[in-house]
Design a protein around this ligand. Structure first.
Ligand code: FCA
Length: 323
């Protein structure tokens, strides 16, 4: 009798200890300085406050820092993490590090791939519907070309490219396909590969493309995010190509795009397809919390939508996207 009571008591204690284990979640992003990732973190903080878990935000600009961050999270007794890795090819390394430390992992924005380049299905993912959002970019540009009555033969299109990142390729190819569908001449599309996914690299890439193709009268620009298109817009400005001869449409719609679209005078940055930082930051964190606490297993893959935001509808789009 005594022994059974003791056993029951120790079981109770163990359960209590387990239940009391505070939930700690890591949120690792590849480019912490980018407004999009700042927004994701902000919405993740909101989830942490609401659900009462601890959130650890870490910037992971390269593979070495990423592995160190995962091990560090484990030492802090985090039970899981959400990650946008610096390189999707690190997928197997991410999964191995999570397993080794007995942590759960969800990817956000960039889908992790294995050694053969195949998406790792065992890591739940939330990303954007890259091709569809790219098409919205292309359609927005095509409509503006029409509105300005430009002769398409005289328009050059810069595709700021980062094709080693699958979502980047999908986005920019979606934009190119929409332009083609609107009758844009394929020969006028110029690829400008960027070394990194930031404004400076896009600026350098676009500059080369503009120099080599001085024959065009007007320009349009697409890229994987707002930073890519802003780089192209700034490069064009440097060559005297301003708002009346440039239509750039980005993807993201975070602070950088909002600032640009709020400048008193229009620039070549015509708009941005706004995507949901709230969903990517808040919902992935809630999904991780539910997974850790045994409430629910996250969906295998969620792809979110976007809305074209321009100077004309900026306030309305932000309201509709709840941002
Ligand atoms: C990628 C890009 C970011 C953002 C995100 C949704 O990670 O690099 O700029 O667009 O997808």
């Amino acid at each position: 009798m005594k022994r059974t009571l003791l056993a029951a008591a120790s079981l109770l204690l163990m359960t209590a200890a387990y239940a009391a284990e505070p939930v700690k979640i890591g949120f690792l992003v590849k480019q912490a300085e980018e407004p999009w990732f700042q927004d994701e973190w902000r919405y993740a903080e909101q989830a942490a406050k609401e659900k009462g878990f601890a959130l650890v935000k870490i910037g992971v600009p390269n593979g070495e820092k990423m592995i160190a961050a995962i091990d560090n999270l484990a030492a802090q007794k985090a039970q899981g993490f959400v990650i946008c890795a610096p390189d999707v090819k690190l997928g197997t390394a991410v999964e191995r590090a999570a397993k080794r430390n007995n942590m759960k992992v969800i990817s956000v924005d960039d889908r992790l791939v294995d050694g053969g380049g195949k998406p790792i299905a065992s890591i739940p993912h939330m990303g954007i519907s890259g091709y569809a959002i790219g098409k919205q970019v292309g359609e927005g540009i095509a409509a503006e070309i029409k509105a300005r009555k430009w002769n398409m033969a005289e328009v050059g299109a810069i595709r700021v490219a980062y094709d080693q990142l699958p979502t980047a390729k999908e986005r920019t190819m979606g934009a190119v396909d929409a332009l083609k569908a609107a009758g844009f001449p394929v020969a006028n599309i110029v690829d400008a590969p960027q070394a990194k996914t930031d404004t400076e690299s896009a600026f350098n890439a676009a500059n080369i493309a503009l120099t080599k193709n001085a024959r065009f009268k007007h320009w349009v620009a697409v890229g994987l995010n707002d930073e890519a298109v802003l780089g192209a817009v700034r490069a064009a400005e440097g060559r005297g190509i301003k708002a009346d001869n440039m239509v750039g449409v980005g993807i993201g719609g975070a602070k950088a795009a909002q600032n640009e679209l709020s400048k008193p005078a229009a620039t070549g940055f015509f708009g941005s397809v706004m995507i949901s930082a709230r969903e990517h930051g808040y919902q992935t964190s809630v999904n991780m919390y539910d997974w850790i606490t045994g409430k629910a297993v996250p969906p295998g893959e969620v792809l979110t939508k976007g809305m074209l935001m321009t100077r004309a509808n900026q306030a309305d789009v932000r309201k509709q996207m709840g941002q």
